[in-house]
Design a protein around this ligand. Structure first.
Ligand code: FES
Length: 263
């Protein structure tokens, strides 16, 4: 086990721009590529452990890999830790994962700093990732960003004062046909306009974000999926269903796919 100060120094030496260097405070305290800076809620004294229920999930994840390749479980265990911890990963959670899979803490820090889906600083209850890539941009993502910033009272990269929302601009989320769109926590809200974005934010403030549509995302303009204004023009009859794997019983409804997630 590394001493606390060594561990902090190792963490600070994350990789930036293709060369190893100690990042400076000039990097955003929020940005996933920023270095760790101790805060009251995330420092070397912070405690983290999995719940009993999640230890069962940990065991199920690790059972998928040979016992000498437990490190293959780093990503699913980080994801599990992040979900348990309200959407972000303190140092203590990364250290716990390192201990469970039997690698150095640095090996886990390398993974957590590489993949931007891991948040290493606290995020709001509703973590909004706004796609700003070209198709979304030409369809109005800049306006959507402005609406969110003004309606919630925060800038991109910030968390609202009441801890409800965090806004981060990201690259393509793979839903370009329904641009502009955001991902909020696990869910996609698409075909946004200024008005529907405000409706969505207001629903979240009341704790009742609209549930996902038939295909596991929600186009906010009444579409069912990614059909255009003329409706279905290509697949206008139902294609034959693909053969199901014999170990999967029954259909999985895309709208409730999270309930079927493996671990
Ligand atoms: S460009 Fe926004 S989802 Fe692809």
């Amino acid at each position: 086990m590394l001493a606390a100060t060594t561990r902090r120094a190792a963490f600070a030496a994350v990789r930036h721009g293709g060369c190893w260097q100690r990042p400076t405070r000039a990097l955003s305290n929020f940005h996933p590529l920023g270095s760790h800076i101790d805060t009251a809620e995330n420092n070397t004294e912070t405690y983290f452990d999995f719940t009993e229920e999640n230890y069962e999930r940990v065991n199920r994840v690790l059972a998928k890999y040979p016992s000498n390749y437990k490190q293959s479980g780093i990503i699913p265990l980080l994801d599990l830790a992040q979900r348990q911890n309200g959407g972000w990963l303190p140092l203590a959670a990364m250290d716990k994962v390192a201990k469970i899979v039997g690698v150095t803490p640095m090996a886990v820090y390398e993974v957590a700093t590489f993949y931007t889906m891991f948040n290493r600083e606290k995020v709001g209850k509703y973590f909004i990732q706004l796609c700003g890539t070209t198709p979304c941009m030409v369809c109005g993502s800049e306006e959507i960003k402005k609406v969110i910033e003004e309606h919630v009272g925060m800038k991109e990269g910030e968390t609202s004062a009441d801890g409800m929302f965090t806004l981060r601009e990201v690259e393509c989320l793979g839903s370009c046909a329904n641009a502009p769109m955001i991902q909020m926590n696990d869910d996609y809200y698409e075909c946004l306009t200024k008005e529907t974005t405000i409706q969505l934010l207001e629903a979240c403030k009341k704790g009742t974000p609209p549930s996902m549509g038939k295909w596991g995302s929600l186009p906010m303009n009444g579409q069912v999926s990614c059909e255009g204004p003329l409706g279905k023009t290509t697949l206008d009859t139902t294609p034959p269903a693909p053969k199901m794997r014999s170990d999967i019983k029954g259909d999985v409804d895309p709208a409730s796919v999270k309930a079927h997630m493996g671990y």
